[in-house]
Design a protein around this ligand. Structure first.
Ligand code: HMG
Length: 382
């Protein structure tokens, strides 16, 4: 049975910061960000936006053109947890008015968990082919000010519908997986920003690229030349180039940069969206000008700590009729540009406590985080 991504849609934040503004304010050569990291700007959440509002927005766009009654499971993948107990997906379930006969749960393993959710969805549909699964990847990458990761921040959500006989891509059986216990990036429960060993994180990512590829190649009769285009997790787009070069060296085959170029166009503008980043890469690749029908794409998913997976998808005939690039364009182009000072004020004003407070009304999105009452997070659908 063919199972895969039937449809997807996206959302990001109200604000955007151009990295040229950050470079000027910090006295850094703008080329370091544009060329050294491969980033142009990043999405910044307004006080009334979070992973729930972005995830619900992306999912609403998707469900407005699909039948929600077929959804049997909602898997919400994030490393920006808003509660230690209740799954963010339950808030989304409520905001979208989904039926009660739905299993909802949250997945976590740094940037990797969206892929774990996707594969879990595939397994569910293999057993219950009439069901559909809503997978939501949504994150806010928020690093400490003046840290190495600060210019690689970002935020966004990609919602995907997994079904049998999908319109967009079939996820092929057998992927390559990799786990290694590494302390390259982690966020303890009492910290709103991660601790990062920057250089170690680069090495851990590249080790995982090779480890996951080798496992994939060992389990399937697959060569890199069988893959038409590659999408690698993009904490910043230069990292995808490093992974691509490393893979080429490892397999001893020349892999041109044209094999990954298209997949980086959205992430250059969004920044790191953690669990959603790889799927913004897939979106950018599918939205490009090239006809990909019948082509195999290779996806490398990485989450610090570290867990990785290399898997392949085959693009379906007629897929372009089911794409909505206008929603990505609208999400990116309608963001309000802020100054470096405004961005820093927003960063410093972040509230991680559960005391009562109300947020200012800023976002135009269909869902708002309105604040906390009696320690309960409050959301509003417009
Ligand atoms: P840094 O010290 O700010 O930067 O740290 P750098 O000095 O290493 O420079 C970066 C690149 O810019 C270098 O290129 C420089 O040469 C170049 P490279 O050698 O790498 O090819 N450069 C310039 N280029 C042109 N003109 C210039 C110029 N100056 C310098 N004037 C670091 C960089 C990535 C460590 C930092 O940004 C960081 O800590 N980021 C956060 C961690 C991260 O993203 N790690 C990536 C792998 S881990 C991962 O992907 C998982 C993650 O998504 C989290 C999760 O899974 O949950 C992060």
């Amino acid at each position: 049975m063919n199972i895969g991504i039937h449809d997807f849609d996206v959302a990001t934040t109200h604000y955007v910061l151009k990295l040229d503004s950050m470079a000027e304010a910090l006295g850094v050569d703008p080329a370091k960000y544009q060329l050294g990291l491969g980033q142009d700007e990043f999405s910044v959440p307004a006080p009334d936006e979070d992973v729930v509002t972005m995830g619900a927005h992306a999912a609403k766009r998707l469900l407005d053109r699909n039948d929600p009654s077929k959804i049997r499971m909602v898997l919400f993948a994030t490393e920006t947890g808003i509660d230690q107990s209740k799954a963010a997906g339950v808030f989304v379930h409520g905001l979208l008015g989904l039926p009660t006969a739905v299993r909802t749960v949250e997945f976590k393993q740094a940037c990797y968990s969206g892929t774990a959710a996707l594969q879990t969805a595939v397994n569910h549909v293999a057993r219950y082919p009439e069901d559909q699964v809503l997978v939501i990847t949504s994150d806010v990458a928020r690093y400490a000010v003046d840290s190495g990761g600060e210019p690689t921040q970002g935020a966004g959500a990609v919602a995907m519908l997994v079904a049998a006989d999908p319109n967009l891509v079939v996820i092929e059986p057998q992927s390559g997986v990799f786990t290694a216990d590494v302390n390259d990036f982690w966020r303890p429960n009492d910290s709103s920003t991660p601790f990062v060993e920057g250089k170690l994180s680069l090495d851990a990512y590249l080790d995982a690229t090779i480890g996951a590829w080798d496992d994939l190649a060992a389990r399937r009769d697959l060569n890199v030349s069988d893959i038409h285009r590659f999408m690698h997790h993009q904490p910043f787009t230069k990292m995808a180039r490093k992974a691509h070069t490393k893979l080429a060296e490892h397999v001893g085959v020349e892999l041109g940069s044209e094999l990954i170029e298209e997949s980086m166009t959205y992430n250059r503008r969004i920044g790191n969206s953690y669990t959603a980043s790889l799927y913004f890469g897939l979106a950018a690749q599918l939205h490009g000008n090239e006809d990909l029908a019948g082509k195999r794409l290779g996806l490398f998913s990485y989450g610090s700590g570290s867990v990785a997976e290399f898997f392949t998808v085959v693009v379906q005939p007629g897929y372009t009729e089911h794409l909505h690039p206008e929603n990505v364009a609208e999400s990116l182009d309608s963001r309000e540009e802020i100054t470096f000072e405004q961005y820093r004020d927003l960063h410093n004003a972040y509230v991680g406590e559960s005391e009562n407070y109300e947020t200012a009304t800023v976002t135009d999105a269909p869902f708002r985080f309105t604040g906390v009452t009696d320690r309960v997070r409050q959301y509003e659908a417009r």
